[in-house]
Ligand binder design. Structure first.
Ligand SMILES: [Zn+2]
Length: 88
């Protein structure tokens, strides 16, 4: 009983998403990534990302402004919501 719980916990830990940051050996870090993120605590997992605003980043196309990213996420959400519905 207790043994199986430990096994389950270990399985969960092993199946955690891994950090993909490149380390000094040139291979992926593979530490467990932080919750809901793609990087571990050592590789910017807690970071909120680059500073926002006109003074920072590449604004040549506007493709990756916070607004553009938000809009794409919204559109994906709408498409997924309607795609799941059964035709009646
Ligand atoms: Zn890492």
């Amino acid at each position: 009983m207790n043994q199986s719980r430990v096994t389950t916990q270990l399985t969960n830990i092993r199946s955690a998403p891994r950090c993909g940051a490149r380390n000094r050996a040139g291979t992926p870090c593979q530490c467990p990534a932080m919750r809901g993120r793609n990087r571990c605590r050592l590789h910017g997992g807690r970071s909120t990302g680059a500073p926002k605003g006109q003074g920072n980043g590449n604004f040549t196309t506007g493709e990756f402004t916070a607004e553009a990213i938000k809009e794409r996420q919204w559109l994906t959400l709408v498409v997924h919501t309607y795609a799941k519905r059964e035709p009646s």
